[in-house]
Ligand binder design. Structure first.
Ligand SMILES: *[C@@H]1O[C@H](CO)[C@@H](O)[C@H](O)[C@H]1NC(C)=O
Length: 350
């Protein structure tokens, strides 16, 4: 190009060539200095055009603040590892779509470390197996107004309190009252005597036992969630917005019993949720790869036995930016169930 330009035009003088070359040199130096002064992280990400855009939109979407270049670089690397894992996983599991969610910058070890293994409560109470009942093929309590919006437990092991409020919110509504969001913080601060330990874990059943003994529970708005352990405010804890009289333990390892329970009302369940299928879940149905070492409480709000594979509709407490607007689907199966969902279900009775 340069040659043809010179062929049709008068040759530039020697001095203007010198000016041109020195001009380019100066621009080059300015450019290199500017490049060197860019942060190391932005230099690295220019190597990964597509992933750069994806990581940057992740940072914006989930409002991530990394306080050093070092941290940014580390999180970018973890994100890229996760993207590679997600691509491979999605090519192998046709039931499930993993993708970028709020935990895409955590290693699987970091994600797992947020969970506290549960020991299954030994109870002498009877278990309900609903023998003889026939449940409908599909149920979704969200469409009946029995489920409050998805909540977010944050970095606090208080899942059990969200599972419990969800169960009580549904029971209270189905008993003929207005749907009201109930207080996890009250359960966290006030149910220690029942074996719960705030952000360090608990069990939804023990939260039900506390509310039965306390004769009620207050509203979310009166005793709001802080994602931190606090001292029980006994005044607020006695300003009741709802109450329950008893709880039902659904027979374990029995998907028919669980189906009959969920057909009746939203039902608390415990699951294992510390695996990558939960970390990166975006849509579809989890049908494998999650284990049965229970470490998380959630709420079954419906099911669909006509789908392939049939699934439970489960309300989680990780905010609406996770999964299917905060929900997930877990395949219906026999025995302990996928993720152990059949193992320890239960619900409260108003
Ligand atoms: C407890 O709740 C009551 C009623 O809302 C409030 O007046 C009081 O200040 C609270 N106590 C503490 C220690 O926060």
């Amino acid at each position: 190009m340069l040659g043809s330009y010179y062929a049709n035009n008068p040759q530039p003088s020697k001095s203007s060539k010198v000016i041109l070359i020195s001009g380019l040199l100066v621009l080059g130096i300015i450019g290199s200095v500017a490049y060197l002064y860019k942060s190391p992280s932005s230099r690295l990400i220019s190597l990964y055009e597509a992933e750069e855009r994806e990581f940057q939109s992740f940072v914006v979407t989930y409002n991530k603040n990394y306080d050093s270049d070092q941290e940014y670089f580390t999180r970018l690397r973890v994100f890229l590892d996760n993207m590679a894992y997600i691509r491979v996983y999605n090519s192998m599991d046709q039931n499930l779509v993993l993708g970028v969610g709020p935990f895409a910058d955590l290693t699987s070890e970091e994600f797992r470390s947020r969970f506290i293994p549960k020991s299954i409560e030994n109870t002498a109470e009877p278990f309900e197996d609903f023998a003889g009942l026939t449940a409908p093929a599909q149920v979704d309590w969200r469409t009946k107004g029995a489920v409050t919006p998805v909540k977010d437990q944050g970095q606090c092991g208080s899942c059990w309190s969200f599972s419990a409020t969800g169960g009580m919110e549904g029971a209270w509504f189905l008993a003929g009252h207005t749907l009201v969001s109930l207080s996890e913080q009250q359960l966290m601060d006030c149910s220690g005597a029942y074996g719960n330990d705030g952000c360090n874990g608990g069990f939804y059943r023990q939260a039900y036992s506390y509310v039965i003994a306390n004769k009620g529970i207050t509203s979310e708005s009166n005793y709001p969630y802080t994602a931190r352990d606090g001292t029980c405010n006994k005044t607020k804890a006695s300003q009741f917005a709802a109450s329950i009289s008893s709880k039902v333990n659904v027979a374990g390892d029995n998907p028919t019993a669980l189906q009959n329970a969920v057909a009746q009302q939203p039902t608390s369940v415990s699951v294992e949720a510390d695996q990558p299928v939960w970390q990166h879940y975006t849509s579809g149905t989890i049908s494998a790869n999650c284990g049965t070492n229970l470490d998380h409480d959630v709420l079954a709000v419906g099911y669909d036995t006509t789908a392939s594979p049939p699934y439970w509709i489960v309300k989680n407490s990780w905010g609406t930016s996770w999964g299917l607007a905060g929900y997930l689907q877990i395949a219906i199966s026999t025995g302990k169930g996928v993720c152990g969902i059949n193992m320890t279900p239960g619900y409260p009775v108003v």
